[in-house]
Design a protein around this ligand. Sequence first.
Ligand SMILES: Nc1ncnc2c1ncn2[C@@H]1O[C@H](COP(=O)(O)OP(=O)(O)OP(=O)(O)O)[C@@H](O)[C@H]1O
Ligand SMILES: [Mg+2]
Ligand SMILES: [Zn+2]
Length: 329
Amino acid sequence: MSAQLQPRRIEIEVPALHPAQQQIVNEARRFNVLACGRRFGKSLLGIQLALYMALEGYPVAWFSPTYKMLAEIWRDMSNIVAPITKRKDVQGHRIELVTGGLIDMWSLDTADSVRGRKYKRVVVDEAAMVPGFQNAWEAVITPTLMDFVGDGFWLSTPRGMNFFKQGFNNGQDPLNKEWASWQYPSSANPFMPPTEIEFQRQSLPELTFKQEYLAEFLQSEGAVFRNIEPNLIAPMDARPEDHRDHRKVAGLDLAKKHDFSVLSIGCADCKVEVAMERFNQIEYKAQVSKVVRSLRLWEVEQILVDATGVGDAVIELLESELYGKARTV
Ligand SMILES: Nc1ncnc2c1ncn2[C@@H]1O[C@H](COP(=O)(O)OP(=O)(O)OP(=O)(O)O)[C@@H](O)[C@H]1O
Ligand SMILES: [Mg+2]
Ligand SMILES: [Zn+2]
């Protein structure tokens, strides 16, 4: 005789959503784009969105831009669902719940392994940072939603006018009933001390603050890479050895508009930015030697320098240090 099954009640603890997070849940449509400042509570909301569906017994998927970012979220998620976990595959980042629900967590630097799965909901964290996000979304992720007619959430701080912005625009279009989008500054999170945000406003260049804390879509974030697609953002863990025989180019924007100089290095073959550095209040001579060090490390072939407003002496210094690889504009 089989044992009598006792209904069990297990509780898991999640914080109550703050009002802006709750509004997003209430107004959600099939595809949802959240443009929010840093520390708004994007990831926490995303975890709960995935969780609701998995508690209903459905398979859901989480996507992070890189393996490193995934590792952190995986830890948070697996701790929260520990009391209702039936089976956990640490290697494959998969959790089966006692509800019958399933949570798969993927890093988008290996998006292709997702093919063949089906989900009721997908959550893409920091979507604006994903290089090649349009292709990952269209070719790999949306097909996984077809079986269940599933829904999707993109959570991100903006990164210029890229595919994430297109999704945001879809959500703002009243004729587009499938999409919804929201824009919230970091200060919409009542758990963030306003003094901290004020501190950031005072210490960051204006444009950086606008993007990161006010969630504004900027034309170009002080970068000189105007001829390269803006959605190709440096993966935080790019390594020179991964682009060894590729053609690397760089843009250098010497401090003037704001008090930062920005060096951006891109791989022309992979069409991604591989490194981005800012220099603050360092004299030009020191800046040039830092720039030269980075260019050697990445074996950059060509560098475009936007030197409007800086003196001839600096330009001469750069040109002599960079052996004719530099072109100033
Ligand atoms: N509803 C909430 N209740 C309590 N604390 C919250 C809530 N939402 C967010 N927080 C807290 O705010 C902080 C930021 O949350 P979270 O990491 O989710 O934000 P984020 O927008 O993903 O940040 P980042 O831009 O750094 O990725 C965390 O300490 C989190 O615990
Ligand atoms: Mg986050
Ligand atoms: Zn490359």
